[in-house]
Write a protein that binds this ligand. Structure first.
Ligand SMILES: *Cc1c(COP(=O)(O)O)cnc(C)c1O
Length: 399
């Protein structure tokens, strides 16, 4: 089918939630490259929004998924399945032990589980009024009614009122605002260590120190949303390892299945114990196919040294961007291969489109920021090619 026909069928039949998409239909990929219906290749520096961390068509992932699909794709959670047990054990081990895991199908669902668990935890201790959750302005936690309530951005909330009660918001890194917002009824503080969707903004160490103090003094749970930062994106398996925090609950999704939908809520054992049989559940979550994909992703990250690669190539990437882009940028933010490039001129959308014409996929946030989330298999040579092209385009656009 040709591109125009596909676009026409889509526009007639698919809800218009994504507006006019980039006019390309992707068909297959290999490594960092992805191809369209016309056979044109693109270097994927967005990885399906931090999902395809092994790149496209990684042999280990393809093998695990095809083998599992030929055996058993789904069985209900009324029965045990081996990939699920093994993946839960693997995540617990990577988190240092003492955790339990619940599998969902997406980031939003993983966060829903985290929110329900935090409320159940205090409810079952006889404190049902301790149910309020503080989240950060400019955050992103998902699109269900409750996670969109947690997402403190009016543009995502405005048509969906009434929102879920019990949420309040503070400006990230505003210690005084956080202190003022906490009360005896606060049950959790929920945050991303690097806010991804709003343009790659890391939390400051002093603020996180205050968060830790408040959680301890006021008996408040810390929920860290690692849906985007988790599974190696920032150069460590979980970003909380680098930010020196130990969340009571953390959530995963995007990269965990390498493209097969899966989410996870991981909690310290005493917190996890708040879920009793029947309190929470899912039909698809943690099915053998998704968990086999998750196991392949984790073992490949280990075997190919991808944490080290993300950290090394990520540092090189930032350094090259700073050097080559010079004073055309306000700031380069992020860790590992989660990078935000804030341009001085409001030309991010134009640059994104021109990069697309040159065969590079990236994202933009607002008028000034480009978002780069390449697969963790990225090489320095691939960084060089990208930085050269970007530098040329930024200079042309600002000339
Ligand atoms: C993408 C994202 C989500 C939502 O994940 P979905 O799978 O789209 O529901 C939640 N939190 C963060 C930090 C994200 O980046």
């Amino acid at each position: 089918m040709d591109l125009q026909t596909i676009i026409q069928i889509d526009q007639e039949n698919y809800m218009n939630t994504f507006g006019a998409r980039t006019p390309v239909c992707l068909t297959h990929g290999e490594g960092v490259k992805v191809y369209d219906t016309e056979g044109k290749a693109y270097m994927d520096f967005f990885a399906g929004i931090a999902v395809n961390s092994l790149g496209h068509g990684h042999p280990a992932l393809v093998k695990a998924v095809t083998e599992q699909a030929s055996k058993l794709i789904h069985c209900s959670n009324l029965y045990y399945n081996e990939p699920q047990a093994k993946l839960a054990a693997e995540i617990n081990k990577l988190a240092g032990g003492g955790h339990k895991v619940f599998f969902a199908n997406s980031g939003a669902e993983a966060n829903e589980a985290a929110i329900k668990l935090a409320r159940a935890y205090f409810n079952k201790k006889g404190m049902p009024e301790k149910n309020e959750i503080i989240t950060m302005h400019h955050s992103f936690h998902g699109r269900t009614v409750t996670t969109v309530t947690a997402t403190a951005q009016p543009k995502y909330q405005k048509y969906f009122t009434p929102l879920t009660p019990g949420f309040s918001y503070v400006e990230p890194n505003d210690t005084a605002a956080l202190e003022a917002a906490v009360s005896d009824n606060t049950c959790a503080i929920m945050l991303e260590l690097i806010q991804g969707e709003s343009g790659v903004h890391p939390m400051e160490a002093a603020f996180l120190q205050k968060v830790k103090e408040i959680c301890k003094e006021k008996n408040v749970l810390l929920i860290v949303d690692e849906v985007q930062t988790g599974i190696g994106r920032t150069g460590s398996m979980f970003a909380w390892e680098q930010f020196d925090v130990k969340p009571d609950i953390f959530t995963l999704a995007k990269a965990l299945g390498g493209g097969v939908p899966i989410g996870a809520a991981c909690a310290k054992e005493d917190v996890a114990a708040a879920f009793a049989p029947g309190d929470h559940g899912t039909t698809f979550g943690g099915n053998p196919l998704a968990c086999a994909a998750g196991l392949a992703v984790l073992s490949t990250i280990k075997e190919e040294g991808l944490l080290e690669n993300a950290s090394r190539v990520g540092s090189y990437f930032k350094q090259e961007l700073e050097e080559k882009l010079g004073d055309t940028v306000t700031e380069i933010r992020g860790k590992g291969l989660m990078i935000g490039i804030e341009l001085k001129a409001p030309v991010a959308a134009q640059i994104k489109n021109r990069l697309f014409e040159e065969g590079y996929l990236v994202g933009n946030v607002g008028a000034n920021t480009l978002r780069v989330l390449p697969p963790l298999i990225l090489t320095q040579e691939q960084v060089d090619g990208f930085v050269d092209t970007l530098t040329k385009l930024v200079k042309e656009e600002q000339a």
